[in-house]
Write a protein that binds this ligand. Structure first.
Ligand code: SF4
Length: 335
């Protein structure tokens, strides 16, 4: 007899992609821009408190390589490691729409020139969405898969001010609707949990706001301290204490419990790709350990995504039932 689980107690991004592509797709992260409005100091903006010199995601090696070199290097590595056949190019670091439309078009064309590339996904901010950019996304959506990840981070303005994001919650909501009404790209948002002003009630409210938005996915991060960031100075001055793992896990649980079952989750916490640059908290160093600890907590609490959400249509009911089943322990017999 062997005890097991039917699956993870939340709607994973892999399920979302499997539905769209009928096969497993792998992301190739690339870096093509090295700037954003905050770093440029436009309109008095400042660098986001958590952002390191690599724009929160890129690395020096990638930025110094041609786009084709980056794509081919990662492709060869991932194909060999996972026997992968289908890929998405992920324009990840900095603000990928903070550049000329002609440069964007060139990068998209390079990405789509490989037969094994199924489309691309790009990260940007709510205040870098010109009509020309939206038109370009829609144009490429009509011939390929296009996904956009919007750095919303919080729906509370005092938290956004603490993070020095330089945009409001209202601007994020407006941007989401603007993208959804002008394009059909696959739209997701990033959220950061762990600001000093955050409460359990705000997390529940955040899930309720997300449920009203025309998005398909969310990526969760915990606010962690990297070297060479404004947050590092605040941390050393005793002005910021990172959220502890138990509190973070509880907030992820509350968020998931109130979240619509149809919204997929990329991941449940931030995992620093440059461990030597992580200052705090220590628990975020161990990628698999952090993920497993959150999953273990959800299972111990018998909690699952949408558990406290009232389904509004048949699709939500169907997915909600599958998530409920996935959260239950099973017993199987092996001969
Ligand atoms: S997080 Fe994004 S918007 Fe903020 S400073 Fe870094 S690259 Fe710029």
């Amino acid at each position: 007899m062997e005890k097991g689980w039917l699956g993870l107690p939340y709607h994973t991004i892999s399920e979302h992609y499997n539905r769209l592509f009928q096969e497993k797709v792998y992301k190739i992260p690339v870096s093509v821009v090295d700037d954003c409005p905050n770093r440029r100091g436009l309109k008095g903006m400042q660098t986001c408190v958590f952002c390191d010199v690599w724009g929160s995601a890129a690395n020096a090696e990638s930025l110094s390589m041609e786009l084709r070199t980056q794509i081919e290097k990662y492709h060869d590595h991932i194909k060999h490691k996972y026997k992968a056949n289908a890929f998405l190019i992920y324009f990840q670091a900095y603000t990928n729409t903070f550049t000329k439309v002609s440069a964007l078009r060139h990068n998209f064309d390079v990405a789509l020139s490989y037969p094994w590339v199924k489309g691309f996904t790009l990260g940007t901010r709510p205040d870098c969405l010109s009509k020309a950019v939206l038109d370009l996304w829609q144009e490429y959506h009509e011939k390929s898969f296009v996904a956009v990840e919007l750095g919303v981070q919080s729906f509370f303005n005092d938290e956004l001010e603490f993070m020095r994001r330089g945009h409001t919650a209202e601007a994020s909501i407006e941007a989401i609707h603007k993208i959804a009404s002008n394009t059909k790209v696959d739209l997701g948002i990033h959220l950061i949990f762990g600001s000093p002003q955050e409460t359990d009630e705000r997390i529940i409210e955040t899930a309720k706001i997300v449920n009203t938005l025309p998005i398909t996915n969310v990526k969760l991060h915990n606010l962690h301290v990297l070297k060479q960031t404004p947050l590092e100075d605040m941390y050393h001055a005793g002005e910021f204490t990172p959220i502890d793992r138990e509190t973070y896990a509880r907030r992820v649980k509350l968020f998931l419990q109130h979240l619509s079952p149809t919204i997929a989750l990329h991941r449940l916490a931030a995992y620093s790709s440059r461990w030597d640059e992580l200052v705090a908290p220590e628990w975020t160093k161990n990628k698999m350990g952090t993920h497993q600890a959150i999953i273990d907590y959800l299972r111990a609490e018998k909690a699952y995504q949408s558990e406290l959400f009232t389904a509004r249509n048949e699709e939500e009911q169907r997915v909600q039932k599958s998530l409920e089943a996935k959260s239950q322990p099973i017993t199987s017999v092996h001969a």
